[in-house]
Ligand binder design. Structure first.
Ligand SMILES: Nc1ncnc2c1ncn2[C@@H]1O[C@H](COP(=O)(O)OP(=O)(O)O)[C@@H](O)[C@H]1O
Ligand SMILES: [Mg+2]
Length: 344
């Protein structure tokens, strides 16, 4: 256990066993079970989150994100490994750890629709032992912070999806827990609502000093919001680094050379330090796009050789552009080529 972490997931595994009921067998008339199916939703996952930090769990559908959130919030018990919240094991100190966690799971049924936001906060506050003037004061402060004050007396069923999501975050924060777990907080929202939710999550983390876990399959959300990112695929954490380091780590440099005529990429592949080459037609120009090695001295030599080759070919060089590596490229590199799900 690392005392610096507010939330720590240590070597956690989760295996789900499922049965599927099969129809009656035509000849014997018996009903039979499918062979028991095993799904490994988490394979040796470890990471930690500090106070005031947003950790992003980024992965495709079925990767094991929700399962991980549920294991931290005590809704699913790990098959092996342990989860610690504020230094306490979630499995053995259940009540104490749950008091420190606010969680918003996927979907919109996270509040009571016939009630107003204020009534929802009163109801969920009471469930979590927040009462009287403290409840009223905190409820108003949260609605104000998240921008729902003008809707506090409108029934939830009349609110937009984004507003419902904001209310769900207020409900999760009503008992002022130090840990906030948000499962896909922006999925299904339009651009404005998504922007606004992201801004509020940042505000809450920095101003209230919370320890926040966000799951998402959206690179932009992870890149804009998270201090650290864990990439999860098929139940495995395939990378876990500070966001900038994750992008830098995979930053072979891509350069585009804009030409007056198309160029055959093959000779450029022969230059040491050129990792890949293709020629595209872009806006009436031809772009020779080359991925180059990270090491600066070798890359410099490669660039001189490329320019020399272009010069000798007699083409006009209209311009050169260095393209930024995106998290999306990193994500695709890391999650492609993994062995298929289920089994072992
Ligand atoms: N209660 C469950 N019973 C059986 N399998 C489950 C259960 N919950 C999740 N799974 C399986 O575990 C895997 C990971 O699911 P989940 O954590 O929901 O992924 P994500 O949230 O990343 O989309 C999936 O293959 C899913 O079908
Ligand atoms: Mg999920």
């Amino acid at each position: 256990m690392n005392p610096g972490y507010m939330v720590e997931v240590a070597n956690v595994n989760k295996v789900f066993h499922t049965h599927h009921f099969l129809q009656r067998h035509e000849e014997s008339g018996k009903r039979a079970w499918y062979r028991k199916k095993t799904v490994r939703a988490a394979r040796n996952i470890s990471f930690g989150i500090r106070k005031g930090e947003i950790f992003g769990l980024l992965g495709p559908n079925g990767a094991g994100k929700t399962t991980t959130v549920k294991m931290i919030s005590g809704l699913v018990r790990p098959t092996a490994g342990a989860v610690y919240v504020d230094g306490m094991n979630v499995d053995t100190k259940r009540l104490a750890t749950l008091r420190r966690i606010g969680v918003v799971l996927e979907g919109t049924r996270t509040s009571i629709w016939p009630l107003t936001p204020l009534e929802n906060l009163a109801y969920f506050g009471n469930l979590r032992d927040v009462k009287g003037p403290v409840l009223r004061k905190r409820g108003m402060e949260l609605l104000d912070l998240i921008g729902l004050k003008d809707k506090m007396n409108v029934q939830v069923r009349h609110l937009s999806r984004g507003q419902k999501q904001k209310l769900a975050i207020c409900i999760a924060l009503i008992s002022d827990p130090p840990v906030l777990l948000l499962d896909e907080p922006t999925t299904g929202l339009d651009v404005q609502s998504s922007r606004s939710i992201k801004d509020k999550i940042l505000e809450i983390t920095r101003e209230l000093g919370k320890c926040v876990l966000v799951t998402t399959h959206d690179m932009n959300v992870a890149q804009e919001l998270c201090d650290n990112i864990g990439i999860i695929a098929d139940g495995r954490l395939v990378a876990c680094k500070p966001t900038h380091a994750l992008i830098d780590y995979f930053s072979d440099v891509t350069c585009a050379f804009y030409l007056d005529r198309a160029a055959d990429p093959t000779p450029f592949l022969g230059i040491p330090g050129v990792l890949s080459a293709e020629c595209n037609s872009e806006d009436g120009e031809y772009a020779l796009v080359l991925r180059l090695i990270r090491q600066e001295d070798q890359r410099s030599a490669a660039l001189y050789a490329i320019v020399e080759l272009l010069k000798n070919s007699g083409r006009l060089l209209h311009g050169v552009e260095r393209r930024k590596q995106t998290l999306e490229n990193v994500f695709i590199q890391l999650t492609s080529g993994l062995p298929p799900a289920t089994g072992d």
